[in-house]
Design a protein around this ligand. Structure first.
Ligand code: MN
Length: 244
């Protein structure tokens, strides 16, 4: 049984090699998301031969406007990996010129992934969960992990209905709203993530083994042991991978 960090920005740490050592020694199965196809090329080369890290091809919604031109590269690289992220929509600046581009980019990405089938997506949906769910649709032919979900209860229920998973990070279990949402997620849909180095733990940035803090929070909400929470997360992750 391993730990799971389904959303970690490995390439954005000051010393990524040190993080890789922790991952491999600590046996943290890690999806290393990237924010641009050009970054994926680099990260994907770096993780060759590692047992616990997989590189995900991404085009972050906050960069989609400026880096729209990387969409053809995204399409081309998609066959190199099963993992896609960070992708999605960010509705914090809907008035901005990039909002429409964000939507077009995400629609295209979902379309490419649907054509390819079997991809595992880690999806950003801050203040745009309704649009994200509309674009993904009800029968997306792959697996969807809603990363750091922070939207409405009704959209959460819609995402559950659609068969999506949810990855929980240490910042989510610290917040009252985060805990309210986690309590509504079925046990067979929960995963852990750090979103490091963006999430902080005390005065430092979160590292993959900090998924233990997510597990502690999940365990206390569900009133199960930390070990049982870990088993649930591991079996959910295996189900996503298709090995059980
Ligand atoms: Mn992220």
């Amino acid at each position: 049984m391993n730990w799971v960090d389904s959303h970690c920005h490995l390439d954005l740490y000051g010393a990524p090699d040190e993080i890789v050592r922790e991952i491999e020694q600590g046996r943290v199965y890690t999806i290393a998301v990237t924010n641009l196809p050009s970054r994926f090329r680099i990260v994907n080369k770096k993780v060759v031969g590692l047992k616990y890290v997989r590189a995900a091809l991404g085009l972050h919604p906050k960069l989609a406007g400026e880096h729209y031109s990387e969409l053809p590269a995204f399409r081309e690289l998609l066959e190199q990996t099963r993992y896609v992220g960070e992708v999605g929509l960010d509705g914090t600046d809907r008035g901005g010129v990039d909002w429409n581009r964000q939507i077009r980019v995400f629609e295209q990405i979902v379309d490419y992934c649907a054509q390819a089938r079997g991809k595992i997506l880690t999806v950003h949906s801050r203040r745009a969960e309704g649009e994200v769910l509309d674009i993904l649709g009800t029968d997306f032919p792959g697996k969807v992990i809603m990363h750091w979900y922070s939207g409405s209860i009704s959209s959460l229920e819609r995402a559950i209905e659609n068969g999506f998973f949810f990855s929980v990070n240490p910042a989510m279990v610290r917040s009252k709203r985060g805990r309210e949402l986690i309590a509504r997620i079925p046990k067979d849909r929960i995963l852990t993530e750090t979103d490091g180095p963006f999430v902080k733990v005390g005065h430092r940035v979160a590292r993959p083994l900090d998924v233990q803090l997510s597990l502690r929070g999940i365990a206390s909400l569900w009133q199960v042991s930390k070990d049982d929470a870990r088993k649930l997360v591991w079996s959910n992750f295996r189900r996503i991978l298709g090995s059980s």
